[in-house]
Design a protein around this ligand. Sequence first.
Ligand SMILES: O=C([S-])c1cc(C(=O)S)c[n+]([C@@H]2O[C@H](COP(=O)(O)O)[C@@H](O)[C@H]2O)c1
Ligand code: NI
Length: 380
Amino acid sequence: MTAVWIDASSGASGDMLLGALVGAGVPVEVLQHAIDAVSPEPVTLRVEEVRRGGLAATRVHVDVPDSHHHRTWRDVRTMLDGHDLALAAFERLAVAEGAVHGTSPDEVHFHEVGALDAIADVVGVSAGFTHLGASSVTVSPVAVGSGTIQAAHGTLPVPPPAVAELLRGVPTFAGPAPMELCTPTGAALLTTVATAWGPQPAMTVDTIGVGAGGRDPDGHANVVRLFLGVETGAGAGPLLLECNVDDLDPRVWPAVIAALLDAGASDAWLTPILMKKGRPAHTLSVLVDAARAADVRATVFRQTSTIGLREQPVAKHALEREFTEVEIDGQTISVKLARHDGVVVNAQPEYDDVARAATELGRPVADVLAEAAALSRRFL
Ligand SMILES: O=C([S-])c1cc(C(=O)S)c[n+]([C@@H]2O[C@H](COP(=O)(O)O)[C@@H](O)[C@H]2O)c1
Ligand code: NI
């Protein structure tokens, strides 16, 4: 199972995370394609290999047209419709901005973070993590910096109010330099993708991406590092949690399954059973990685009537997967490929892309799905 550790001990910003993803092997085209799908104006990513504090690093420049268009959370929400991970990050930004300024999120007028380059950062980073499909993302304590900055709001203390609000409840520290080390988009992205917080987990590291910030201050390397590999710690594999429930209103179960998936379960299902005394009931089964088990256990106890939960480690063999694309009448549709021993054995169009394309083309989803599936067969 792919594991990610993010070393944020020198902070993080949106473009630094873009650089770390590209440095870790995510094709820049994946990020560019996601940005092209949402941006109202042309935004171009440009990759440059640089040095920061003597370390080789990947810098991703986000080239945008001059536009000082201020956006509200409503504007951004409309723009990012259907791009769930990016929406979740921006929702965190809106809630934090609202909290620090005493307004409701819906009334939030973004400043710098509402500019196209910040939106591109969020959309690109979200697409990069979706591409990785990691089963766990652990984030180190985050360096926030110190001192003050000049922003649209005027002079702000570091950590800026939005950053301080976004990072409430997660490990942070001032870090190596009297400057802003973690920006609001950086904080929003870290807290959206993280499944756990702490030092590097036991893992076999395969690739390390080093994302460069724009500045190269003396005394510390202005980078964020992304470690990609496989968790190897004891009990790091998936767990199967189960319980038998005979006294929960059956209408509640769909909400329970949804809550479990939101809490990090990789799958959850119900099996009808007959219990002692011939009583009809359900077995709730939940598949979850060890890193997310605590949150999922809490959700089971909170959302169901059970007071007991059995669990067992399970072996899970997942095929290597990657993404490619097909095109139908100008609509690009992502296709997930699964390989067994290097051979593609499965090629499935992404349903959300098919549904979006069907809407754009005014065609039945079933037709577009059938055509995309037929086109995908060429990868087998
Ligand atoms: O754009 C907004 S709403 C904004 C809010 C705040 C607050 O702390 S409140 C701070 N900033 C500063 O703008 C720059 C750019 O941030 P990015 O996340 O887009 O890199 C940065 O210095 C923020 O501290 C913006
Ligand atoms: Ni603000």
